[in-house]
Design a protein around this ligand. Structure first.
Ligand code: SAM
Length: 291
């Protein structure tokens, strides 16, 4: 399947859809390396986002007990349904793959957990570039239902998730993801690994979910943190105080007081703050709001 994805698409009258971010993996060893990073066993059910022609699905089906594969493209679903199980189609998907015609951005996470034998989700994806941002926010929202995600995405997005305070890559997704997970760079992947070739480089990262920040810095209001982070980064070139004032959470004077009590300077920029500092500020604002 790997080297012949172009031929297969042609035979089936399918063309790789740009809109659906269809850049298929062409080398089996690359797919196997990605699957190895997930460290799966036969007891595991794994959720694959965007099955495509099955480049990742096959090694996943060998490594895990069961694969639940989501795919948004009806042409691809039809192709697999026609090929599944028949001896005349040795390239059909293995029997322990359950294919669901589903847009992941509309997925019902509790339902997916049910399909995974009630266990937290282990997610693998070679993500369509166009959905990487909404998908990451979806992971943050459903973090309690996820064990880990091994995902391939634009290298630039991976670098943003791994960025340190004080850099231009550091932003809202970096901070919010860090409240619920740790992120590790696994490998870089060049355009030659895909058909059709994308114009940019990709990277595979592992996102391991656990509320680390709560253990390290005490409880905090996640929704309020989101407002603090969004308002301050939304006005990136403004000072922390001016950005925060745009949230309308409290009066500007009280917010200045909150920033000082959190041992921060009103004149710093959001991108200079580490996660712990955002959390401290959120905790002080919570106290003032309840007064
Ligand atoms: N896993 C395959 C591989 O590695 O070769 C395909 C990866 S390709 C980059 C992304 C796949 O996700 C395509 O098959 C595309 O149709 C599918 N897709 C795009 N948007 C989707 C969505 N919102 N929900 C589920 N699948 C989607």
């Amino acid at each position: 399947m790997y080297q012949q994805s172009k031929t297969l698409l042609k035979e089936q009258g399918l063309a790789a859809s740009k809109k659906l971010g269809q850049n298929f993996l062409v080398h089996r060893h690359t797919a196997e390396r990605i699957v190895d990073y997930a460290e799966l066993s036969k007891q595991d059910t794994v959720l694959e986002i965007g099955v495509g022609l099955g480049a990742l699905t096959r090694p996943l089906a060998e490594a895990a007990g069961q694969v639940i594969g989501l795919e948004a493209d009806s042409g691809i679903i039809r192709l697999h349904e026609e090929q599944q199980g028949g001896p005349e189609h040795p390239d059909g998907l293995p029997e322990n793959v359950q294919l669901l015609h589903q847009d992941v951005l509309k997925a019902d996470y509790p339902e997916l957990v049910q399909l995974s034998q009630g266990k937290k989700l282990k997610i693998i994806a070679n993500l369509p570039y166009s959905i990487s941002s909404p998908f990451l926010f979806q992971l943050i929202e459903h973090h309690e239902q996820i064990d880990f995600a091994v995902v391939m995405l634009q290298k630039e997005v991976a670098q943003r998730l791994l960025a340190q305070p004080g850099t231009k890559e550091y932003g809202v997704p970096t901070v919010l993801l860090r409240t619920v997970a740790t992120v590790k760079m696994l490998m870089s992947v060049g355009p030659e690994e895909f058909h059709p070739r994308p114009k940019i480089d990709s990277a595979v990262i592992r996102i391991s979910f656990s509320p680390l920040s709560e253990r390290a810095v005490g409880a905090f209001d996640h929704n309020l943190l989101k407002i603090v982070v969004n308002s301050t980064f939304g006005q990136r070139r403004k000072t922390l105080l001016n950005g925060l004032a745009s949230s309308g959470l409290l009066s500007k004077d009280v917010l200045r007081e909150c920033i000082l009590q959190a041992e921060l300077l009103p004149s710093v920029r959001a991108e200079q703050l580490a996660l712990e500092e955002f959390i401290r500020l959120t905790q002080v604002i919570t106290k003032h709001k309840s007064q």
